[in-house]
Structure formats: structure tokens, C-alpha cells
Design a protein around this ligand. Structure first.
Ligand code: ZN
Length: 326
């Protein structure tokens, strides 16, 4: 962990015995979250990210050195236990939950719940073909993240909605400012700049996705509900459930039937998983094999620019396949 001491403090080093809040050490779960925190911290510091390069967000083994970083962290920023149960266990073990900001349960976060349209449990509703159109249902339902009863159905992949990213950089700035009031103005202005960048990106992606909104596609795992809701995309099904577990044979058979009978344009594998299962699924069907998606960003270059790169690359990969089918 490296951080730059502001020039004014270095200059008056003789006075540093006066109790001085330091820039907090921040640990994050996935590269998309690290990117948002890095944008808020700017030149003041560099947040650590736990998820290793090319690793799967749901299934990860913490290294001993990472447990040490968690122990030393002044602030842990993570999505929450639904995404990374391995991090929940570590936080509980260290008694560090009170230093952790769970973005999924933070006030203002737009939370969606899995529905039949996500096909995370498609085998249960394969007889109901109309379920695919259910994704535009009751909006108020989605915002009700306080309803405790439905917590197990909460879709944790909430960073793929840029409105959440914008809310979160504000919350991250607030938490950092509480720990480090000296730099509150810097955190706040960095967060505002990040929000402006995300808005510009979002407008660009809305225009890019508009022509493919009515074209159904399949994905490797049920991670793209927020992206689909936000940009009006039509996901016809997922091979694997929301935690990227190995898909069952019966589910694959039902998806394969769907690939043959429905008008599905593309199927997208995932960077952290062998593409052969998607390949087998679409082989001999009219469905075209798209490029690999990477919801957590672990195949990309880590750092402040990752969030936008992740969103842009997702848009490029999805639209490249869907628009090549005309
Ligand atoms: Zn996932």
C-alpha cells in the first residue's frame, strides 16, 4: 500500500506529532469496486483488491497476505455476502464487519431480484415460454431492498448498473471523509468528477445498445440482469446460476431446445470459464457464439480506468455479435 503525503503535510513535518488523520488503507473485493474507490481516492492512495487476476468472483481463496491486508484495513469496500461468501467469512473471522461498507445494502442502491426471466432456475419454469417477457415488470418491486424476506433472491451483480456506480462513489467519498476529514474536499470533488465520467459513458452506451434491444441472447452465468434492465436488453437465459456454479445437464438440454426453437441471436461465454460449454450449447443451432464477457473485470487491467473499460468492453462484445446477425 503506497500513498502520497500531501505537500503541505510534508512541509510541516515538524508538526506531525499533532494527531493527524491519515489516508485510510482501503481493501476492496472485486476489480470493478476497486476502480470506483481508486477514482475517489485519486492521488491520495491506492486501494487494494482481493480478487486475483482472471479469478472468479464467487469462488476465491484468500491468500494469507490478503488476510493481513484485511486486518490492517481502515475501510473495506465490498458488494456484500451474496457475491463473495469467502469475504464474508474472512470479515467475520477478523471481526471486521464494522469497518466494511457493503454497497449492495447501502442506502440508495438500486437492488433487483432474480426472476424467472434470469433463468437462474430455468428448469422450474421451462414450460412457461412467456416468462422471457417478464423482465420489464413492476419497478417498485426492484427498489424495495429493505424487504428482508426476499434477500436470498437479491441479484448481487449491481455494479453493472451505472446508476449504482454513481451512488456508490458518493458513499465511498462520505466514508473516506469520516475517516480522513483533512481530505474530505478532495474525496468529494473526485467523486463528483467520477459521477460526471460515468454519466458521459452511460449516455454513450445507451446509444450503442439501442439498436440491439429487441435481440434475445444467452449468457454463461446470470450476472447481467442489471445491465439488461438498465439498457433494455433481452437476456433469454443463462447456462449457469447466479453464483456461476456448474450448470446441470437437464438445464442445458432445455436451453439447447430453446436455442433451436426460439429466435436467439447470440450466446456469450465468460472470461473466467472455459467457453466449451457455451460452444457445445450453440453448436448446430442458429445461435451465434459471441466474445467472452467479464462481469467482475478480472481479465482487465486493474485501476481507476477499469470500471469504464469493463462497461465499454461489455457493450462492444454484446453489440458486435447482436448487430452482425442482420
Ligand atoms: Zn456472478
Amino acid at each position: 500500500m503506497r500513498f502520497i503525503i500531501p505537500l503541505t503535510l510534508a512541509t510541516f513535518g515538524a508538526l506531525s506529532s499533532v494527531a493527524q488523520a491519515e489516508v485510510p488503507k482501503v481493501v476492496t473485493d472485486i476489480p470493478a469496486v476497486q476502480s470506483l474507490v481508486a477514482q475517489v481516492m485519486g492521488d491520495l492512495g491506492e486501494p487494494t483488491v482481493l480478487l486475483g487476476q482472471n479469478a472468479d468472483a464467487h469462488h476465491y481463496q484468500l491468500k494469507p497476505s490478503q488476510a493481513g491486508a484485511l486486518q490492517d484495513a481502515g475501510l473495506v469496500v465490498w458488494i456484500g455476502p451474496r457475491l463473495t461468501p469467502w469475504l464474508e467469512r474472512a470479515l467475520d473471522g477478523l471481526g471486521a464487519q464494522d469497518r466494511a461498507l457493503s454497497l449492495l445494502s447501502a442506502p440508495g442502491t438500486h437492488v433487483r431480484h432474480f426472476s424467472a426471466a434470469d433463468a437462474h432456475d430455468h428448469s422450474a419454469d421451462m414450460d412457461d415460454e412467456e416468462d422471457h417477457d417478464a423482465h420489464a415488470s413492476d419497478e417498485s418491486d426492484h427498489d424495495d431492498h429493505a424487504s428482508e424476506g426476499a434477500q436470498s433472491d437479491v441479484d448481487p451483480h449491481a455494479w453493472l448498473d451505472p446508476d449504482n456506480a454513481k451512488i456508490w462513489v458518493g458513499l465511498i467519498a462520505q466514508d473516506l471523509s469520516k475517516l480522513d476529514p483533512e481530505n474530505a474536499k478532495i474525496y468529494e470533488s473526485n467523486a463528483k468528477a467520477a459521477q460526471a465520467r460515468i454519466t458521459t459513458m452511460d449516455d454513450r452506451l445507451k446509444a450503442q445498445f439501442a439498436p440491439v434491444q429487441d435481440k434475445p441472447f444467452l449468457v454463461y452465468h446470470a450476472a447481467y440482469g442489471y445491465l439488461a434492465d438498465h439498457y433494455g436488453l433481452h437476456i433469454a437465459g443463462a447456462l449457469s446460476p447466479s453464483d456461476a456454479a456448474t450448470p446441470g445437464a437437464a438445464h442445458l438440454v432445455s436451453l439447447r431446445n430453446e436455442a433451436n426453437t426460439d429466435k436467439i441471436y447470440c450466446a456469450f461465454p465468460e472470461a473466467q470459464h472455459d467457453p466449451k460449454m457455451v460452444d457445445i450449447l450453440v453448436d448446430g443451432t442458429p445461435v451465434k457464439l459471441g466474445g467472452a464477457l467479464d462481469p467482475s473485470g478480472s481479465s482487465l487491467t486493474y485501476g481507476p480506468g477499469l470500471y469504464e473499460a469493463l462497461m465499454q468492453k461489455s457493450a462492444d462484445t454484446i453489440t458486435a455479435c447482436l448487430s452482425s446477425q442482420d
